[in-house]
Design a protein around this ligand. Structure first.
Ligand code: HEC
Length: 101
């Protein structure tokens, strides 16, 4: 009976790993949802607003870090960007860059 038990444990461990990877993706979606009010669902903005979907990842990252540091003039984004760590901003930029235009 030891072998099936070991298999069961392995499956449980693998399952937990898959779950935590899934949770990370969902966390980015939660962050990105906070941008949807202004930039549209998944970065598909209404006309007149900056779309984020499919933009260059490095460019988005740089803009967000610049907003946060106050290097890029803004009415709103400099305050919003301060709510995230640099790594979180990188993850958000990567998320929007990966969306289809
Ligand atoms: C309350 C509305 C609002 C929300 C919410 C918002 N933005 Fe913005 N965003 C703006 C405005 C307005 C600008 C133009 C710069 C400014 O005036 O702050 C902008 C500009 C940007 C730009 C620069 C676009 C460019 O090409 O110049 C990026 C990148 C960006 N936002 C990303 C985000 C991300 C990521 C989030 C979510 C974490 C977010 N925004 C949430 C209103 C918003």
């Amino acid at each position: 009976m030891t072998i099936p038990l070991r298999h069961a444990l392995t499956a449980a461990v693998l399952g937990a790993a898959a779950l935590s990877a899934h949770a990370q993706v969902d966390q980015v979606k939660v962050w990105a949802a906070a941008c949807a009010n202004c930039h549209g669902t998944n970065g598909h903005a209404q006309p007149g607003m900056e779309a984020l979907a499919g933009k260059d990842k490095d460019d988005l990252t740089q803009k967000l870090l610049d907003f946060k540091a106050g290097r890029k003039p803004a009415t709103i984004m400099h305050q919003l960007a301060k709510g995230y760590s640099d790594d979180e901003l990188r993850a958000i930029a990567a998320y929007f860059a990966a969306q289809k235009k």
